[in-house]
Design a protein around this ligand. Structure first.
Ligand SMILES: [Zn+2]
Length: 138
């Protein structure tokens, strides 16, 4: 993954580079995701940013994560409609999801070969493709 050591200062720059005004709350939300480099749900992000003092509402967390997604700072991984994770790794990669533990793990894009894609409808281009391999204990 990203070898950069994230600090609140360099995250403010990263937000600016993506056209996001780095407010205090946005920096805290970015720090929760990027300093851990792990997949977090909106609820997990909210718990982390409110650890010290409760300052960020659920609406702010959702709006900010949505903005980060639109600005391609994070990627959304939809495991099922009730389980959405935010991923600070925006490089092409896929996921393994453990349905028992709820754990989401990265797989290198080169480890999965996909062939025989259908022809796309006219007027569109492929923006990305998601693969989630669901696993459970034997
Ligand atoms: Zn990932």
């Amino acid at each position: 993954m990203d070898p950069v050591q994230y600090t609140r200062d360099n995250l403010a720059d990263k937000l600016r580079q993506h056209g996001v005004n780095p407010t205090h709350q946005r920096i805290e939300i970015a720090y929760a995701l990027f300093s851990r480099q792990s997949h977090l749900s909106a609820d997990q992000v909210m718990a982390i940013v409110n650890e010290k003092h409760s300052e960020t509402s659920k609406a702010t967390v959702y709006n900010t994560l949505n903005l980060f997604r639109q600005k391609k700072l994070v990627r959304e991984v939809i495991v099922d409609p009730t389980k959405v994770f935010y991923d600070p790794n925006t490089e092409p990669h896929y996921h393994i999801y453990n349905v028992e533990s709820g754990e989401l793990t990265d797989i290198d894009a080169s480890a999965v070969q996909i062939s025989g894609l259908p022809e796309l409808p006219g007027g569109v281009v492929a923006e990305g493709m998601d693969v989630v391999i669901r696993v459970r204990p034997e």
